[in-house]
Design a protein around this ligand. Sequence first.
Ligand code: ZN
Length: 93
Amino acid sequence: MTCETCNAKFSYFKVLKSFWLGYQDIKCDHCDSTYEHKLSNRVLGGLLVMISIFVSFIIFSDKPKLVPIIGFILMSIVLSLLLPFIMKFRRLE
Ligand SMILES: [Zn+2]
């Protein structure tokens, strides 16, 4: 994602970290503009968690309980690596 004010690029990990910290606002290092997650990001995050739970509990339904839980955690981590590419932000005034 690129800053609308100064065109500086936000790093991939900055965006990913803000997701994992609960949709924290992102601040541009160059011009101090602040961006908040759009609602669609929260929907995506919710879907990601639901899909991970759903899939891992189906795949590992005959395994001990701990296995689907670990599967869910790993799957949500892997899927979240894609999120910075599709998340949208809105600049705060
Ligand atoms: Zn900026």
